[in-house]
Design a protein around this ligand. Structure first.
Ligand code: UDP
Length: 321
């Protein structure tokens, strides 16, 4: 098989039977601290592969697009071939790891709302944290795509957190990677395993790579325990949550906007002399039955053109933030 890419814990091969599929093989190596700490544990690749398979299938079942197609023999997954976005998306529910270190925040502090952060995927730069503004200025990923990745990451956070909660476990943080398939669909890619997540039990004991990072236990037995726990969970009991997407419709500039003129006059009469102009548009809160996908975004654009806006006099945009 032709090797396309070799990472720290996985190898990607071309699928000899199809140009738009790849075979991802999980290895037994583990690295931490930007590659400073390295080791290998027999069976680790196969357990990480089992967990990734289970979680990708679970998320697909909840309506999230992933690259996963099927399990192959050994620690291998057959996946859709994608172009990976050069950004790692990290979601945090509780302070730990680099967040605690960066801001001097005590590990274990729970956030009021999950936090999504971006890191540039570039080993030579040591994967630095980056703002959405900088990412779009550099031209690495567009704002629309980043907003979409953020929404999907928050959905993944909900579904993973709920599944783990069933078993008395807490999802602390995780890292996701996304890619674009050959038919222009954005999908969750890479892996979802204890190598890329932090999970604590009810005594704040880690069931993830922190065992290796901090040298505090036997990695294989911890990974196996997590796999067994996930196998005992009931994905069908995790409720699908509705999602809201906003469609904003605005009058195009230069087009007369009578409701805006009426509002402006009324504001002037009330004494708001600083108002120069008012343009009145519309906001539609579209409530979806399932997580946002590329197909749903495409549908929203068609809905806009067909019904929600008048393409001659109005401009429309889908707001995901
Ligand atoms: N993570 C990852 N790969 C990376 C960096 C982070 O999978 O290259 C995961 C990590 O396992 C944790 C989350 O992303 O679950 C947040 O990691 P953090 O930024 O705290 O960095 P760390 O201290 O783990 O290096």
């Amino acid at each position: 098989m032709e090797l396309i890419h070799e990472g720290k814990a996985k190898r990607v091969f071309a699928d000899p039977d199809s140009n738009n599929r790849v075979i991802i093989e999980f290895s037994d190596s583990v690295t931490a601290g930007d590659g400073a700490k390295k080791d290998a544990f027999p069976d680790k690749g196969s357990i990480a592969c089992d967990i990734s398979e289970l979680l990708f299938s679970y998320l697909e079942g909840k309506g999230i697009d992933t690259h996963y197609i099927k399990r192959l023999k050994g620690p291998q997954l057959l996946c859709k071939k994608v172009t990976i976005f050069p950004v790692e998306v990290v979601c945090r529910n509780i302070a730990a790891g680099s967040f605690s270190k960066r801001y001097g925040v005590e590990k274990g502090i729970k956030f009021e709302k999950p936090l999504v952060e971006f890191f540039v995927k570039d080993d030579s730069l040591h994967d630095p944290l980056i703002t959405m503004g900088a990412l779009t200025r550099i031209g690495l990923v567009s704002r629309d795509v980043l907003q979409f990745l953020t929404r999907v990451t928050l959905s993944v956070n909900y579904y993973l957190s709920e599944l783990l909660k069933q078993q008395g476990l807490t999802l602390i943080d995780f890292k996701l990677e996304f890619g674009m398939t050959e038919d222009n669909t954005i999908v969750l890619a890479d892996e979802i395993s204890p190598d890329t997540m932090r999970i604590w039990d009810n005594k704040s004991t880690s069931l993830d790579k922190d065992v290796f990072r901090e040298g505090k236990g036997d990695l294989i037995s911890v990974y196996k325990k997590l796999l067994d726990t996930l196998r005992a969970s009931k994905p069908e009991d995790v409720e699908i949550v509705k999602e809201v997407v906003q469609v904003i419709v605005e009058p195009k500039s230069g087009i007369k906007n009578p409701p805006g003129e009426v509002t402006k006059k009324a504001l002037m009469r009330l004494g708001f002399a600083e108002v120069d102009d008012v343009r009145v548009g519309k906001v539609f809160n579209i409530i979806l039955k399932k997580p946002i996908t590329t197909e749903i975004l495409n549908h929203l654009n068609i809905m806009n053109v067909k019904l929600l806006s008048n393409p001659i006099s109005e401009k429309h945009k889908v707001r995901l933030e």
